[in-house]
Design a binder for this molecule. Sequence first.
Ligand code: ADP
Ligand code: ADP
Length: 229
Amino acid sequence: NKLIEFKQVSKQYQVGEVKIKALDGVDFLINEGEFVVILGASGAGKSTILNILGGMDTATAGQVFVGGQDITRFKDRQLTAYRGEQVGFVFQFYNLIPNLNALENVEFATEVCSDHLDAKRILDQVGLRDRARSFPSQLSGGEQQRVAIARAVAKNPLLLLCDEPTGALDYVTGKSVLKLLQDLNRDTKKCVVLVTHNTAIAPIADKVIKVRSGRIESVTINTNKQSIE
Ligand code: ADP
Ligand code: ADP
């Protein structure tokens, strides 16, 4: 079942007199429950795609359907609600609130949501039951990213969007974070869209969307998807 559709999506940034075409007629489909990797070099337009999908940025042309609704037609209030309730975001540098502990970081994110999951149980699920009272500065990078993932899924969003989630982690820690994302996708059937420049991550996805200079270069289905041990 189709969950997301980009139709001829373009994005132009205006910097002074200069127009920068970040996306140029981007089309792709994502199905319910899919684990998708958006792959491309730096500057290709990956983050722009993710930000538009997450309602954090707006397209200058085209349509973006999520669950049958065209989010490019949303009024500000609808977009804010969409972003707050339907989208969980995971960033490269975790973006935790430094003066809240792990549990509070997760609870804080769910406060505005009517439909959210128990923060303690989610921390347990990401393997951080014993670190609930730790502050971000007391956690390793991998642990901070686990808190960020817990925070993102605690509000029970439709989509989990990850922008270079392993970009600041060493190989082994990064792999364990990817395994967590893969397990979450498998167990909750939540759609995961992960943006990276790292081609080594592609095999763990159901679908790989390659982006180059603001255009889709290819869309590949992994018939032999690799499960992380
Ligand atoms: P990627 O995530 O693949 O590295 P981005 O989506 O961040 O690529 O950027 C795509 C293009 O859009 C790049 O040329 C980048 O410089 C430009 N760009 C991104 N954000 C902005 C912005 N806020 N203002 C101007 N140009 C931007
Ligand atoms: P990594 O090698 O993954 O970067 P660290 O060496 O930073 O990890 O941390 C190793 C362990 O020590 C982690 O479990 C982390 O939570 C814990 N730790 C690191 N710094 C602190 C601190 N200031 N207070 C409490 N625990 C800490």
